[in-house]
Ligand binder design. Structure first.
Ligand code: WQD
Length: 322
């Protein structure tokens, strides 16, 4: 199939593009390189530099595609609470343009990067797809709104979609083919890596008095290569079944902040100073998925999301920039 990967030069998008290429598909990456990187592009994929707000450009890129994967969005939950306008424009307006262009071009299969942020504060664990969706931040709200618009476009326009609710995306291609580093990262694993590289003095641990195994926050870190395989499997499923799908992609395991730091010390051989600071507002103690639906429908399971692979694959990418 001809796959248009919108946001394909980004951290997750480049892994998704890689996986579609590896599965024998033709890939066109559409990206404005605002957070995406040239370094993340592959020689075998066509590249169109363009913006999702440029409707004629996205429509043109859509022509000839069999399916579109949409990963072009802003993704910092904290920032979305102080700059909601940015998230309205990028995540809402931008997505609507992509959906409209897909429908106009007759590309009626779409994979959408959604998020566990659509659930909000966990009411029970593990979180399955039946968990209430009450986003705690504006970022999560934008993802949920697009899921809802997608459901309408399915009904009204026959657009079949897979909305993939990612948990905490982490890791780098274990074969070392992708190494673009995110600028100004706020997520835990890149922060730990920057401390190991000496780019920051320490890792601030946001609270050690949670009701968890060691008092620090527990999350479901799912390897980006596992996520990427989920996109291919989901597209195959919606194509075969001619139905839409909303599904979690997680490792279903909970790792604590201290477990990640400890493993990073082991893998990097660096001391990595940890400093316990106050809790970050809005952080739940624990969050992890049930990916039973993905397993049942797609035959998908995380296989690179173990602690060792998450940290060692990320360190390999960082070391290249040392
Ligand atoms: C993980 C854990 C922190 C940084 C966010 C978004 C979510 C999703 C993924 C896109 C928590 C702790 C972190 C640090 C720390 N994004 N931490 N020191 O908050 O689970 O999820 O990213 O879809 O929408 O909200 O990820 O990496 O920020 O934090 O102690 O410097 O690490 O408290 O327990 P989070 P995170």
């Amino acid at each position: 199939m001809n796959i248009l990967v919108v946001g394909g030069a980004g951290y997750i998008g480049s892994h998704v593009a890689r996986e579609f290429l590896d599965s024998g598909h033709q890939v066109t990456v559409f990206d404005n390189l605002s957070t995406g990187m040239r370094e993340n592009l592959f020689a075998e994929a066509r590249f169109v530099e363009g913006d999702i707000h440029d409707y004629p450009a996205i429509l043109k890129a859509m022509r000839g595609a069999d399916a579109v994967v949409h990963l072009a969005a802003a993704k910092a939950a904290g920032e979305s609470m102080v700059k909601p306008e940015k998230y309205s424009v990028q995540n809402l307006c931008g997505s609507v343009n992509i959906l409209n262009a897909a429908v106009e071009a007759g590309v009626l299969r779409l994979v959408f990067s959604s998020s566990a942020a659509t659930y909000g504060e966990p009411k029970y664990l593990p979180m399955d797809e039946k968990h209430p969706t009450e986003p705690e931040n504006y970022y999560g709200f934008t993802k949920l709104e697009i899921e809802r618009i997608l459901a309408w476009y399915d009904k009204l326009k026959g657009l079949r979609f897979a909305a993939l609710r990612y948990f905490n995306a982490a890791g780098y291609d274990p074969r070392g083919r992708i190494s673009g580093l995110e600028r100004n990262p706020a997520n835990l694993i890149p922060v730990i890596m920057e401390a190991a590289m000496g780019m920051r003095p320490s890792v601030q641990v946001f609270g050690d008095d949670y009701d968890t195994k060691d008092g620090t926050g527990v999350r479901d870190y799912v390897h980006v290569s596992d996520l990427a395989r989920g996109h291919v499997a989901a597209l195959e499923w919606i194509s075969r079944e001619d139905r839409s799908l909303v599904v979690n992609l997680g490792s279903d395991a909970g790792l604590s902040v201290l477990e990640l730091i400890e493993e990073a010390r082991r893998v990097t051989g660096k001391p990595i100073k940890a400093e316990i600071v106050a809790r970050r507002p809005g952080d739940p103690a624990s969050s992890y998925a049930s990916s039973a639906l993905a397993k049942r429908l797609l035959g998908w399971e995380a296989r690179d999301s173990d602690l060792g692979t998450l940290i060692s694959s990320t360190w390999a990418a960082y070391k290249k920039h040392a």
